[in-house]
Write a protein that binds this ligand. Structure first.
Ligand code: ATP
Ligand code: MN
Length: 434
C-alpha cells in the first residue's frame, strides 16, 4: 500500500504514485487542475482534456472534494504550480469517495465554530493550522521527556482509578469499581511521592488527570494532561530550577523543530524561547504589586488566593514567565511543607505565564507525624491514606516536585484562546463524545 511517494518528495523527472485527499479542483475549460493533499503538503495534477483519455479525465475531475485518491504519473517542473512541480496522470484511482456535503470545510474558506470543529476533528485536522497545534504538542511532549531524562529522572505510570482523592473531595469523579466506590485520579501526587522513597528517587509522569471542575472556563478541562516531576533530596528551589529547565526545553524544541508549524499558525516571526531566569516573587511581593496597581476593587490581604483577575493584573506587570513562592500555608495542600522557621509560610510555589497559572509545586512534608496531622487539619481521614502515610515510616527522604498542565503549556505557548484547541477530543461539562 505505502509504495506511494509523499507529495513533498516528488521531484521533476520522477515517475510516482501519490495518494491523499482531493483538496480542490480548478476547471479552466480545456485544462483543469486537481490539487492533491497529503500529510507533507500538496501537489498539482494536470488534466489536458483534449489530449487525455476521456475516462481518466472524467474520473479525475468528477471526484468530490476530500475524497481519497491515488494518482500515478510523471512529475514535471512547472513554475506556475503552487509547489513548482506538477503530475501528468496516467491513472487515477478513487480509493474512498467523500460525500459532497461536508460538515466542515477543510480548505478553511468557510469558518467553523469550535463545537463543529470538535465534532469533526478528523476533517478539522486536515487544516494546516490545526494540524500544526498537534504536531507542536507532540514536540512539546518529546522535548519535556528528553529534558526529564537529562535531569536523570525515570518515567513512571501510576493508576488513574483510585480509592481516594487528594486535591479536595468536590472535584472528584466517582465511578463504580466492582460494586465499590472508586474515583478517577485528580493527580499522581501521592504515587509519585511514594516513588521518591523507592530506589527510583527521581521520577516524572505524563498522563491524564480528571477533575470535576465546577465551571466552564477557557482554561479548564475535565480531563487534562499533567506533566509531573518529583525528586528525592530536592528542596523547593531546586524543584523550581527543574521546572524552568523543562519549560524552556519545550520552547526550544518547538523553536528548533517546528518552523513549518509555527509558520502555519502565523507565529514564525515572534516565536522565541524564554531567556534568562524566571523572576521569583514571594506571595507577599505579588499581592503588594497587584494592590499597588489599584486595579482590583478590593485590595488583596494575606491568605487570599489569586483570582483570575489578580493573575492577569500581575502578569501584565511582570510580562514574562515567573514564580510566586512562599504562599500562605493555609491555602496550600497538606502535603506541602511549611518553612521550618515560620509555619504560616509554605514552600509551595506556582509558576505563571503572564496569562495564567501553569505549574504548582513545592517541597513536600516527609516527616510522618507532621504529615498525619496535616491530613487531619485538612479534614481528611488519615486512615484512608494509610497506603501512603505508612511508607513515610520506612525511610522517606526530603523531596520536592511539581505538576505542569500540558494543555496550558501548549495554549500559552501558541496564544490559543481556548484550552480545548490544544486537545483532540476535549472533555468538558457538555462534551462527552466524541
Ligand atoms: P487553577 O487554580 O488554575 O484551576 P489548580 O491550582 O487547581 O489550577 P493544580 O492542582 O495546582 O491546579 O494542578 C497543577 C497544574 O495542572 C495547574 O497549574 C494547571 O496547569 C493544570 N491543571 C489543573 N487543573 C486543570 C484543569 N482542570 N484543566 C487543565 N489544566 C489543569
Ligand atoms: Mn495550583
Amino acid at each position: 500500500m505505502d509504495d506511494r511517494t509523499y507529495t513533498a518528495d516528488a521531484e521533476p523527472g520522477d515517475h510516482v504514485t501519490v495518494a491523499g485527499w482531493v483538496h480542490e479542483i480548478r476547471d479552466l475549460g480545456g485544462i483543469a487542475f486537481l490539487i492533491l493533499r497529503d500529510t507533507t503538503g500538496k501537489i498539482q495534477v494536470k488534466f489536458e482534456k483534449d489530449e487525455m483519455d476521456d475516462e481518466l479525465v472524467e474520473t479525475g475531475l468528477g471526484v468530490h472534494r476530500e475524497s481519497v485518491i491515488s494518482v500515478t504519473g510523471d512529475v514535471e517542473e512547472e513554475p506556475r504550480a503552487p509547489t513548482g512541480v506538477e503530475v501528468t496522470p496516467e491513472s487515477v484511482d478513487v480509493i474512498s469517495e467523500a460525500d459532497p456535503e461536508l460538515p466542515l470545510d477543510p480548505s478553511g474558506k468557510v469558518d467553523a465554530e469550535l463545537p463543529t470543529r470538535l465534532d469533526n476533528r478528523t476533517l478539522d485536522l486536515r487544516k494546516d493550522e490545526v494540524k500544526a497545534i498537534f504536531e507542536i504538542r507532540a514536540e512539546v511532549l518529546r522535548s519535556v521527556r528528553e529534558a526529564f531524562r537529562e535531569l536523570g529522572s525515570t518515567e513512571i505510570n501510576t493508576p488513574k482509578i483510585v480509592a481516594t482523592g487528594t486535591e479536595g473531595g468536590t472535584e472528584l469523579f466517582p465511578i463504580t469499581y466492582f460494586g465499590r466506590e472508586a474515583f478517577m485520579n485528580q493527580s499522581p501526587q501521592l504515587f509519585k511521592q511514594l516513588m521518591v522513597g523507592s530506589g527510583l528517587e527521581r521520577v516524572f509522569e505524563i498522563g491524564p488527570i480528571f477533575r470535576a471542575e465546577e465551571h466552564n472556563t477557557p482554561r479548564h478541562l475535565n480531563e487534562a494532561t499533567s506533566i509531573d516531576f518529583e525528586s528525592a533530596f530536592y528542596d523547593h528551589t531546586e524543584a523550581m530550577d527543574a521546572c524552568e529547565y523543562v519549560v524552556k526545553a519545550a520552547y526550544e524544541g518547538v523553536a528548533q523543530n517546528c518552523a513549518e508549524e509555527l509558520e502555519a499558525l502565523g507565529l514564525a516571526e515572534d516565536f522565541s524561547a524564554p531567556e534568562g531566569d524566571f523572576p521569583r516573587l514571594t506571595y507577599q511581593e505579588a499581592i503588594d504589586e497587584i494592590n499597588a496597581t489599584g486595579e482590583l476593587d478590593e485590595p488583596l490581604v494575606w491568605g487570599d488566593d489569586l483570582s483570575t483577575e489578580a493573575e492577569h493584573v500581575l502578569g501584565q506587570e511582570v510580562g514574562e514567565h515567573y514564580f510566586i513562592t512562599d504562599w500562605p500555608s493555609e491555602i496550600k495542600p497538606f502535603y506541602i511543607k511549611d518553612h521550618d522557621d515560620d509555619a504560616e509560610i509554605s514552600t509551595g510555589f506556582d509558576m505563571m505565564h503572564p496569562s495564567m497559572e501553569l505549574v504548582s509545586g513545592g517541597q513536600r512534608e516527609h516527616r510522618f507525624d507532621h504529615l498525619v496531622s496535616g491530613f487531619e487539619q485538612q479534614g481528611l481521614d488519615p486512615e484512608a491514606f494509610e497506603y501512603y502515610t505508612k511508607m513515610f515510616k520506612y525511610g522517606m527522604p526530603p523531596h520536592a516536585g511539581w505538576g505542569l498542565g500540558g494543555e496550558r503549556l501548549v495554549m500559552t505557548m501558541l496564544g490559543l484562546e481556548n484550552i480545548r484547541e490544544a486537545v483532540l477530543f476535549p472533555r468538558d461539562r457538555q462534551r462527552l463524545s466524541p
